[in-house]
Design a protein. Sequence first.
Length: 156
Amino acid sequence: MDGRVLEDASNSQNANSQSTEKIALRLIARAEQCSAGLSRKLEMRGCDPACVEEVISRLTEQGLINDERYARLWLQTRVRLTRTPKRLLAGLVSKGIPRNEAQTALDTILDEETELAMLNRFAKKHKEKAGDNIKYLLKNEGFSNQAISSSISSWK
């Protein structure tokens, strides 16, 4: 009797895992997913947290989920639209990407030319209001010292 109960439980868990994986694959087919975001979506759909963890682990091993790839792609689509590096970093962290991985992806994507263009767009809106504090404001928004110095020298 106990053997049959264990077998039924095993079959049920297997079915839950397959169902969870099927949902995960549909989500991945629609758009790139990060592990934290996909976990959240699966649990919101009523999937068992243990099955979600197992499926996320398996899909990560297979390369179908890759947080570094997700971070780079997410940044590439937003770098020209977002006003500051700080906001890009915060956006990735809010998606569940660890801060150090998010910073690495940002450093990879944000080349000198892109950062200068972003800084100049931001400064154009805030330069007058910030006055002498513009350098501090730019640093606080995540711009590099090199980009700040380069831009400020071109304004004079």
